[in-house]
Design a protein around this ligand. Structure first.
Ligand code: ATP
Length: 438
């Protein structure tokens, strides 16, 4: 029978960390072996003690007690660690233990050149903690633990669930806890696989490459946008997100590779352009024309059957009905952005391509636009969207592509999101550490 090793270092049974841990453990269908570390042998440290410990890497009082469990580590199929505030000490203790080579031969082998071969059964570690967020020291601790888990235990799947520090503006502790519980709801220890051949991609690119001089703005990008999904394209400034969208829309020529949209490639792509609504970078309008006139221009261009009602519906959806007759030159930046969104959604296109659509919008509008997009998606619109507001992307997207220096380095599918409850922000931060300008 499969076994989960549960390292329980919660101080009390009703702590937030424990609530999260219980929710995760419910997902395990097998034996659970609990190691309790909350009997006083492991203490919470003050912030000062923690930072001193980080500087000195002083961990001896932790490691002896904790790592007599090395054999359990090696035989477990999954490891769940619930550790409240002293999460920096836990990885430090683990490192210390490994350096004393106490687990060598049990959880890993090391040859004379120091090359490590993990021997652990477990392929997944779930780390649950109260603290989290952007605190650099805590982040360091988490990174450390991940690296150790990967190197010394051969663990490739690492999930973290935090009761604090989520990217929710002004959120109180209770709502953070309930958001994290929702993520755990989606989490599964089993990774689902997609049956090959069953995918239905609206956009698919293969080794798509765009050069500007010697610089590859898109470098062999192979992206898969499945029908019905909301795909978040994530990357730092200059990574190549807008370039991909431009290539998709045929706004700029391809240098190498290919892209198909609704099954069409090359010149044929023009035939499906009117099935796509888009906003790329800052939308531009004729300043001396009204909002209505500007939209009418495009409505006619794409051949909408009933342009008048399509325009009014779009303006209604973004909340610009009262500005319908006003000239665009009188619009604020945010209002221009909303008009750009109205322009994109007009006629309810099958595919929406949105490059940072919430740029310059106030927080209330951001929420309204998110709800509108979710509603359109529920009614059949597939969406490709880029944004730097990762918290917002998390509430919207069903899958992601991470782009770094023109390369699409990872696509996270809906299956992975469901089964691994990936934290997009964490993934992005880790990816971005690989270096890039900006
Ligand atoms: P941001 O988040 O800042 O909008 P992005 O991911 O959308 O960035 P792109 O606009 O796709 O990035 O740019 C990718 C790279 O291609 C950048 O290095 C940019 O300077 C370069 N680039 C984009 N358009 C051109 C152009 N017309 N001529 C030359 N270089 C360009």
């Amino acid at each position: 029978m499969s076994k989960l090793l549960y390292i329980n270092a919660c101080f009390t049974d009703d702590s937030r960390t424990k609530v999260l841990a219980d929710a995760v453990l419910k997902k395990w269908d097998g034996e659970i072996e609990e190691v309790k570390l909350n009997d006083g042998s492991i203490r919470a440290l003050t912030k000062d003690q923690l930072s001193k410990r980080m500087q000195l890497q002083e961990t001896s009082d932790f490691s002896d007690e904790m790592f007599k469990y090395a054999k359990q580590f090696a035989s477990a199929d999954a490891i769940v660690i619930a550790a409240p505030y002293w999460d920096m000490s836990f990885p430090a203790a683990l490192k210390d233990y490994i350096e004393q080579v106490n687990v060598c031969g049990i959880t890993f082998d090391m040859n004379t050149e120091g090359v490590v071969t993990p021997k652990c059964n477990a392929d997944r570690m779930v780390y649950i903690t109260t603290a989290g967020g952007k605190n650099a020291d805590l982040q360091y601790g988490m990174d450390y633990l991940k690296a150790l888990a990967r190197e010394f235990f051969g663990i490739t799947k690492f999930n973290t669930f935090k009761a604090e520090g989520l990217d929710i503006e002004g959120a109180d502790v209770d709502s953070i806890l309930s958001e994290t519980l929702k993520r755990i709801e989606k989490f599964s220890f089993i990774t689902k696989t997609v049956v090959p051949g069953e995918e239905n991609y609206i956009v698919e690119s293969k080794d798509l490459t765009k050069m500007y001089g010697n610089h590859a703005a898109n470098d062999k990008v192979s992206l898969h946008l499945r029908e019905g999904s909301i795909y978040g394209l994530i990357g730092r400034n200059g990574a190549g997100k807008s370039t991909f969208m431009r290539l998709l829309l045929g706004m700029t020529p391809i240098n190498e590779g290919e892209i198909s949209v609704f099954g069409k490639t090359g010149n044929e792509m023009a035939k499906v352009r009117n099935r796509i609504g888009f906003i790329i970078e800052n939308p531009t309008f004729y300043n001396y024309m009204s909002a209505y006139q500007n939209l009418k221009y495009r409505a006619e261009l794409i051949g909408l059957k009933d342009p008048d009602s399509a325009i009014k519906e779009a303006l209604q959806k973004v909340g610009l009905m009262n500005k319908m007759k006003d000239k665009v030159k009188s619009f604020s930046m945010g209002q221009k952005q909303l008009l750009g969104i109205a322009n994109a959604i007009m006629g309810n296109p099958e595919l929406l391509v949105l490059d940072e659509p919430t740029n310059g919008l106030d927080p209330i509008k951001i929420v309204e636009i998110r709800k509108m997009l979710l509603d359109m998606n529920a009614n059949g619109t597939t969406i490709l969207i880029s944004s730097h507001i990762l918290g917002e992307m998390g509430k919207l997207c069903s899958c992601y592509g991470f782009i770094l220096d023109g390369k699409l380095i990872k696509e996270v599918t809906e299956e992975e999101i469901e089964s691994e409850a990936i934290d997009v922000e964490e993934f992005f931060v880790e990816m971005a550490k690989g270096g890039q300008n900006g």
